[in-house]
Ligand binder design. Structure first.
Ligand code: IPE
Ligand code: IPE
Ligand code: MG
Length: 246
């Protein structure tokens, strides 16, 4: 089934360069099975693996995954601890495979808040995959879109006050290059799973003209086939960027 979808994507032609996903619905998936929430987070790791492989098969340049928000720190300690352990486990289990697949991993967010073992795992996978060129996987952890903008604003202010940046040169590019995503092209497509219809503070700047696909599928049930369907949906869109179609 997914091979047929992939063939249709190829026929349509233009593939998005960058797909971003808000991976949501793990808790509900676990609840449907009368299991604790971390059971859903663990199941969601398999979806990450499959979607990364799907992204490579399609030929995406960038895949951005929202894994843990700044606001998620307010969840019960047991759930936060389980998520941090799963992050370590994911990296320990997948780092070699990601490297073999040519996946460069970048981790974005307020990493100072991570536990020491999680921070060490993050540093290790970043280093290990630094030279990979097939796909860049951006993992957003302890991330908030407004915090990212504040961070960029501070960097601009510091450069202006030190004289490194002239006030006249404070423009959109000056902000953009100071975001975590730097020179990465903006997402062409944002997918949110689990039927929720909001951004939840994800990539507020970068999503300005991104096409949205809201999938009812809970993240642990999301596989490459659902990614391919979303890309087919995207390929049928008319992106006008405020202009009129000829
Ligand atoms: C997404 O699933 C994973 C994280 C936010 C860490 P949720 O944990 O939000 O699952 P639901 O939305 O409660 O079902
Ligand atoms: C957004 O999901 C964050 C991630 C998927 C990591 P949430 O489940 O935390 O968002 P809300 O609370 O439904 O807005
Ligand atoms: Mg949720």
């Amino acid at each position: 089934m997914s091979d047929e979808l992939l063939a249709r994507i190829r026929v349509h032609g233009e593939v998005p360069r960058h797909v971003a996903i808000i991976m949501d619905g793990n808790g509900r998936w676990a609840r449907e099975r009368v299991m604790p929430r971390p059971f859903g987070h663990r199941a969601g790791m398999q979806s990450v693996r499959d979607v990364v492989e799907g992204a490579i098969a399609v030929g995406l340049e960038h895949l951005s995954l929202f894994a843990f928000s700044q606001e998620n720190w307010q969840r019960p300690l047991t759930e936060v601890s389980a998520l941090m352990s799963l992050l370590e486990e994911y990296i320990a289990r997948e780092a070699d495979e990601l490297q073999a697949q040519g996946v460069r991993v970048l981790i974005h967010g307020d990493l100072a808040r991570l536990t020491a073992p999680a921070a060490a795992a993050v540093a290790r996978v970043t280093r290990q995959t630094a030279a990979c060129t097939t796909l860049t996987l951006h993992l957003f952890i302890s991330y908030g879109g407004r915090a990212e903008l504040v961070r960029a604003a501070r960097a601009v202010a510091a450069d202006v006050s030190s004289g490194a940046l002239a006030l006249e040169d404070v423009n959109e590019d000056a902000i953009r290059v100071r975001l975590y995503t730097g020179e990465t092209p903006d997402p062409d497509l944002l997918i949110r799973t689990s039927g929720e219809q909001r951004l939840s503070n994800f990539l507020l700047w970068q999503l300005a003209y991104t096409e949205l696909v809201l999938s009812p599928v809970l993240w642990p049930d999301f596989r490459r086939a659902q990614l391919f369907e979303a890309i087919l949906d995207y390929q049928a869109r008319d992106r006008r960027f405020g202009r009129v179609t000829a």
